[in-house]
Ligand binder design. Structure first.
Ligand code: SAM
Ligand code: SF4
Length: 337
């Protein structure tokens, strides 16, 4: 089979070089966070549409040949994929000796007590754990499941396994957890976790997102600055989070201000959904169907063509601020956050 030409890379029409691939391992989840999934009636992807592990490793292998260096596994809840440890092992072996991709995972942490050790052994480098509140009742309301103790146990399991750094993701929501930002940061600093607040994005199942209701980066920083001295950390590069040292360090806090301060100009990310669709942006309205390429006998050059076509079609930025913006049809859980 012909191998794609590595020199060509994944460069879009605006000169952005793509080195980061987010792979959704499943659209299923063990929680039902209000900003991500409906309470019930989720239209699951059919099993026959899902990429097999062999298929997803093949696409990723070509992507690595084309310059992907960071791989983030997500979902849905990626730890619900029964062979997630095998997936990590296969992906961690891609590339060449001394130039393997870095594998990380975004998770709700519920299965980390069982899986953190095996995942680390398979080649997982680090984890991002979603935790929006430290209040058990609020956690139960927000995720529609009473699981906060399991999340905390999962975080400890990640630490014990040597997955580092451990990052926490918290979506700030008005009237829900916006009064908790200081407590969340204090908890993170005390436990040596790196907390990142995320502005809520219009990816909710009910399409009820309202910009005027969103808790902005400015509000988050105002609340934190009343209690902590925050010093900007320069050199953000292509990272979605802007970061600050907390009280002179070593604690770090970040904010992902996708809505109020978009960072599309430096975006180096590409997404592969669990059903084999390539997306150049969370908010993309179009997808590139690499599953059909795979299942119709396409060789590596054909897979590379799909990756390049997806990147070539990437727009300059998302248009959340435009009056005619409309949410993608897929919910966040089926895109892969
Ligand atoms: N289930 C895993 C988890 O929760 O970490 C991985 C998938 S989840 C879709 C990935 C991230 O997207 C989580 O940190 C979650 O908080 C975030 N997320 C989901 N819906 C969002 C929204 N509408 N706005 C901002 N972030 C969102
Ligand atoms: Fe599940 Fe993660 Fe979505 Fe919550 S944010 S419902 S844990 S996929």
């Amino acid at each position: 089979m012909s191998r794609p030409t590595p020199t060509a890379g994944l460069v879009d029409g605006f000169g952005r070089v793509h080195t980061d691939l987010r792979i959704s391992l499943t659209d299923r989840c063990s929680l039902r966070c209000t900003y991500c999934m409906p309470a019930e009636g989720v239209p699951w992807l059919p099993g026959s549409a899902m990429l097999s592990t062999e298929e997803l490793v093949r696409v990723t292998s070509v992507a690595v040949d084309l310059g992907i260096r960071k791989i983030r596994l997500t979902g849905g809840e990626p730890l619900l994929r029964p062979d997630v440890v095998d997936v990590v092992a296969a992906l961690a072996a891609l590339g060449t000796q001394g130039d393997r991709p870095e594998i990380s995972l975004t998770t709700n942490a519920l299965r980390l007590p069982q899986l953190a050790g095996p995942l680390k052994d398979a080649g997982l480098r680090r984890v991002n754990v979603s935790l929006d509140t430290l209040d058990r009742d609020r956690y139960t309301q927000l995720t529609r499941r009473d699981r906060l103790p399991q999340v905390l146990a999962g975080l400890e399991a990640a630490r014990a396994a040597g997955l580092a750094p451990i990052k926490l993701n918290a979506v700030a929501m008005r009237g829900v957890n916006d009064g908790e930002v200081v407590d969340l940061l204090r908890f993170a600093v005390e436990h040596d976790y790196q907390l990142r607040f995320i502005e809520q994005m219009p990816l909710d199942p009910g399409h009820t997102w309202d910009r005027t209701q969103m808790v902005s980066q400015t509000e988050i920083l105002d609340a934190l600055s009343a209690q902590f001295a925050l010093t900007p950390i320069p050199g953000r590069g292509t990272a979605p989070a802007e970061t600050w040292l907390v009280d002179g360090g070593p604690g770090i806090v970040g904010v992902i201000a996708s809505v109020s301060a978009p960072f599309c100009g430096s975006c180096d990310r590409l997404r592969l959904t669990a059903d084999g669709q390539l997306r150049a942006c969370l908010f993309a309205q179009s997808e590139t169907d690499v599953r059909t390429v795979l299942r119709s006998g396409g060789d590596d050059e054909a897979i590379a063509g799909a990756l390049r076509a997806c990147v070539a079609g990437k727009r300059a930025g998302h248009d959340i601020g435009d009056p005619d913006f409309h949410q993608p049809d897929r919910p966040m859980s089926a895109i892969g956050g």
